[in-house]
Design a protein around this ligand. Structure first.
Ligand SMILES: [Fe+2]
Length: 184
């Protein structure tokens, strides 16, 4: 998928300050979609989860929600990190929010019109799949770490402060999005 299409799907991709990081992030997103068989026609069907009955929110919507929440929170909270002598890296938070779930493009697929787990979903859950995709795209370790640890895989891991920031808002956004839905 070309750069302009990726930016139209994920507008905050254009806000990554570092040019190289922006380029590599767009590449990782495009590579993830391609690896999962998603294209301009079907990518709007990519699911954020297949674990709930009647869940109706997509992966693009979820990624943009988490990214917007992370950037809003960054504006309000980064001053505390600064004041405490440990500045939060804006590009790492932004890039991490945009890419944290790229592994879902390979973890999930659509079969007979329904969103289901893909073939390799058991051994390549999205934090692992996403970290591999990010590494292959040439992204730095700070982003690979954030992707690899953002879900329960990171429960007993060291977490950078940017990883903690994104995973907290991701979990909050996800839980709000499925509030009241029954688990399959
Ligand atoms: Fe997420």
């Amino acid at each position: 998928m070309d750069t302009q299409k990726i930016i139209s799907l994920f507008p905050k991709m254009a806000c990554i300050s570092d040019e190289k990081l922006r380029e590599l992030s767009i590449k990782a997103m495009s590579d993830a979609m391609e690896a999962g068989g998603w294209n301009e026609e079907n990518v709007c069907l990519a699911p954020a989860t297949v674990s709930y009955e009647g869940v109706g929110f997509g992966l693009i919507e979820h990624i943009n929600l988490v990214t917007d929440m992370c950037m809003d929170a960054y504006e309000r909270l980064s001053g505390y990190y600064e004041a405490n002598g440990s500045p939060l890296d804006r590009d790492t938070v932004l890039c991490g929010a945009l890419l944290h779930d790229i592994g879902k493009f390979t973890e999930y697929t659509v079969k007979d019109g329904a969103a289901v787990h893909g073939e390799n979903a058991d051994i390549m859950r999205h934090p692992l799949a996403g970290a591999v995709l990010a590494a292959k795209a040439g992204l730095p370790d700070s982003i690979i770490h954030l992707i690899a640890t953002h879900s329960f895989e990171g429960d007993r891991s060291y977490l950078s402060q940017e990883a903690k920031f994104v995973r907290t808002l991701d979990l909050f956004a996800f839980n709000c999005s499925v509030a009241g839905l029954a688990k399959k």
